[in-house]
Design a binder for this molecule. Structure first.
Ligand code: SF4
Ligand code: SF4
Length: 262
């Protein structure tokens, strides 16, 4: 995810798209470059991508993380990135690429949905709330921009089913931004808080197990309606996880839970 702070967006690579800007794009199986964009790429997965992909594959989140991703800590960062492992073939193809296209299409990652747009988050100064910004930035070999249909960013998101992803990307990026400074002290990322933060964001099935099958509910009060929701639905649980991370790492209180006194 790219963060821009007080950055002139027009000066960045690609064409910065305001809300009403138009771009042309169409992709279809008959196009000459079909599937070329699913090879030789670094595909970063956000927590919501993991949540959806593990649903597509019908496996728990820890099995998905074990089998399908590399967890990497980039220099100067304090929270890891999660990258989809590519196949061992010559072209480093996406593991979900089949001869007929994407085998997880209904649950494909956010980056794949947004393409040919790139998404970033722009922050004004030190304000904690950001806004999503978009750039038209197709690959050189991509023939989609020569094909007929015109879109605004919003109509593209709707068409591609990207709106639920956008809705989680914003709170996720605001949380990730807090990790620009080392919050771990001497314990490092592999300490208990670091492990908890990773679980609450990327390993959602384990996190649900933690909330409902540990002493958590004896120590923290959650409104019953919210409790039902996060027991049964993934997206509210993920947003709850973001709030929990802010609380355990920086002691930022959340309206979603409160410590039981005594
Ligand atoms: S390179 Fe562009 S047009 Fe070709 S398959 Fe990928 S997205 Fe579609
Ligand atoms: S997840 Fe699907 S759309 Fe995305 S790179 Fe892999 S095969 Fe292509």
């Amino acid at each position: 995810m790219k963060y821009f702070e007080d950055t002139p967006l027009e000066a960045l690579p690609g064409r910065y798209l305001k809300a009403d800007a138009l771009f042309r794009f169409r992709c279809h199986p008959g196009i000459g470059c079909f599937n070329r964009c699913c090879r030789n790429l670094n595909l970063f997965l956000h927590p919501y991508d993991v949540l959806r992909l593990r649903k597509a594959l019908n496996i728990p989140s820890d099995a998905f993380l074990e089998r399908y991703v590399d967890v990497v800590l980039r220099e100067g960062e304090y929270f890891p990135d999660v990258l989809l492992k590519m196949a061992e073939d010559r072209e480093k193809s996406c593991v979900f690429l089949s001869s007929s296209g994407c085998s997880v299409y209904a649950h494909r990652p956010h980056t794949c949905r947004l393409y040919p747009l790139e998404q970033g988050v722009s922050f004004d100064g030190a304000a904690p709330k950001g806004r999503l910004v978009h750039f038209f930035r197709p690959f050189d070999f991509c023939q989609g921009p020569s094909e007929g249909t015109s879109w605004t960013p919003e109509s593209w998101f709707e068409d591609q089913g990207a709106l639920p992803y956008n809705a989680v990307t914003l709170p996720w990026s605001e949380l990730r931004r807090l990790f620009r400074r080392n919050p771990w002290g001497t314990s490092g990322l592999s300490g208990p808080k670091g492990k908890m933060a990773f679980m609450a964001t990327y390993n959602l099935d384990r996190f649900r197990d933690f909330v409902f099958n540990s002493s958590f509910l004896k120590r923290y009060f959650i409104e019953p309606a919210l409790g039902d929701q996060i027991r049964n639905e993934d997206t509210p649980l993920l947003k709850f996880g973001f709030e929990w991370v802010k609380f355990i790492v920086w002691q930022i209180p959340s309206p979603l839970f409160r410590q039981v006194s005594g």
